[in-house]
Design a protein around this ligand. Sequence first.
Ligand code: HEC
Ligand code: HEC
Ligand code: HEC
Length: 129
Amino acid sequence: MYDAGKIVLGLAVFVGVSAFPIWYNIAAGKGAYAVQLEPPPNGTKQCVAETANGYMRAEHMHILDEWRNMVVRDGKRPKVTVDGVHYDYSLSKTCMNCHSNKEKFCDSCHTPAGVAPACWDCHVAPEDK
Ligand code: HEC
Ligand code: HEC
Ligand code: HEC
């Protein structure tokens, strides 16, 4: 008989180990996925969440998801405070206010990582304005 538990565990370990070089390189900004990140032009030093230990790298898509759900699904318009300034929960007005060069910032990670979020079909990136 098969031991389903061991097979599942084995698969989980295999997948984790196979994916390790990918997520390690992205998280550490090294190797094949090394990127030059454009600092925000407005001189701000803080993001909407912690950037240490790759937190923002790993979580930004979940933060955006949460913001969108709050605005689109719950009809709420909360604000996030960064360095004493209040910003709307907004992709174009907030993220892109600080990260105004989508190509040099967002795409410098997404392109080598093979990610192309469809957000820009509807949302306006700064250079399109
Ligand atoms: C008030 C300005 C500001 C806003 C608003 C802002 N950021 Fe940031 N963001 C920064 C700064 C400053 C950094 C740190 C850059 C660094 O460490 O070189 C940063 C870092 C990041 C990083 C991590 C880069 C890395 O090297 O790990 C990601 C990803 C990111 N921001 C995405 C977003 C997204 C998505 C939003 C909107 C949900 C957003 N930011 C909103 C200023 C901002
Ligand atoms: C430090 C690298 C880095 C930066 C900078 C960065 N991203 Fe990402 N982003 C990633 C990676 C890697 C993924 C894919 C993660 C995954 O698939 O689990 C991703 C995924 C996403 C996703 C989800 C994509 C999907 O199809 O579900 C969104 C949305 C997103 N990023 C938005 C942004 C925006 C907006 C910016 C610029 C303000 C940005 N990211 C900047 C690394 C980055
Ligand atoms: C089919 C069109 C479409 C696509 C694709 C799309 N959105 Fe939206 N999004 C909208 C509309 C419409 C709203 C509502 C705008 C409002 O009420 O301010 C919205 C609202 C939002 C909001 C809150 C309000 C704001 O100003 O940003 C966030 C955050 C958001 N979307 C993130 C995303 C992200 C991240 C992606 C890509 C993973 C994405 N959206 C893809 C149409 C789209």
